[in-house]
Design a protein around this ligand. Sequence first.
Ligand code: COA
Length: 337
Amino acid sequence: MAPIGAGAGAPHSRIMGVGAYRPSRIVPNSEVVDAIDSSDEWIQQRSGIKQRRFATDEETIQMMSVASSRIAIERAGITPDQIDCVLVATVSHLLQTPAIAPAIATELGTEHAAAFDISAACAGFCHGVALGSDMVRGGSARHVLVIGVERLSDITDMTDRGTAFIFADGAGAVVIGPSQTPGIGPVVWGSDGEQYDLIRQREDWRDVVGSDDSPGSGVMPHLTMQGNPVFRWASFTMAKVALEALDAAGVTAADLDVFVPHQANMRIIDAMARSMKLPEHVRIARDVAEQGNTSAASVPLALDRMIEEGDARSGDTALLIAFGAGLAYAAQVVTVP
Ligand code: COA
C-alpha cells in the first residue's frame, strides 16, 4: 500500500471580510398589501417587516453575488486569484444545472477555483461557513468565498397571504481564510425531514410541464409555507441549537457581543433572544425590518449592516444561526473581522 500524503491545512480559520449587495428597488408594505388583503399595521405587528427590496431584471443572482463578493474580497485584503473555492448558497437560481457558482467564480477572476452551490435554503450560508472553515483547516483550500444570494421575488406568489410580505432579494458574502487563533467555532447543524413539507416549492418541474396522462399546471412552482408550525419550531427548537453552538465553542451568552440570527421574522428573533436569556449587552441583528426575509442572504446581509452601523466591531464575538426549509439548520460562533 503506497503512503498517501495527508495535505496540510491552517491551524485555525476566520472570517476575513464581509460584503453585501442590497437591490435598488425598495418595496414598502403598501405595495404588497392589496393583493393579500392585508395592512401595513398587520405586517409590522406580525413580522416586524417595514419594507423589503426586490431585484430588478439587471440585478441577477450572478450580478448581486459578484458585487457583494468584490467588497468581501477587498475587505479581506486578498485578490480573486487567491480564492480556491466558491460556495454559493441559494434556492432561487432558476437553472437546475449547472450551478451558478462556476459562473460567479469566473467573473470574479478566480483561477479555476472549485465552485458549487449549496441547497440548504435559509440555512445555506451557515452551512457554507462550516464547510469553508473545515476546508481551510483541512488543507483543501486556503481561501474560501461563501455567498448567500436570493431572488425570492421570482418564486413568491404575490397573492399568497402567508409568504408574499415575507420574502425578498439580496446577496451577502464572506471570505474565510487561515488564522493562528480560532475565529470560527464548531458548527452545530442538523435537519428534520419529518417536517419536509412545512416550507417547500409547491410542486416539482414534472407537475409544471405535465405528462401524457395529466396536463401540467404551467405556472411557476412558488414557495409555500405553513407559518404557524415554522414559527414554533424556529422560536423554541432553534434557541436550543443556538445555545449548543455557544457550548461547542466554549463560550457563554455573557461572552457574546453580537447575535446574528436568520432574519425570518422579528417575533422569532425576539422569542429566541428571550428563550436563550441573552444578556442586555448583546447587540441583536434586526435587518429584517428593512430587508425582509432573504433566505440564504439574510445572515451575511444582517452582519454587514451591523458592521456598517458600528453595532459589530472587529474582534467581537458573534453567534450566527440560520434555519429553514428541509428543515435544515446550522449555527456557529465567529469573530467579527
Ligand atoms: N394579512 C392579514 N391577515 C392575515 C394575513 C395577512 N398576510 N395572513 C393571515 N392573516 C390572518 C388570518 O386570516 C387569521 O385571521 P383569523 O384569526 O381571523 O382567522 C390571523 O391573521 C392569524 O393567522 P395565522 O396564519 O395564524 O397567522 P400567524 O399569527 O401565524 O402569523 C406569520 C403568520 C406568517 C406571520 C407567522 O406564522 C410567521 O411568522 N411564521 C414564520 C414565518 C417565517 O419566518 N418563515 C421563514 C422561516 S425560514
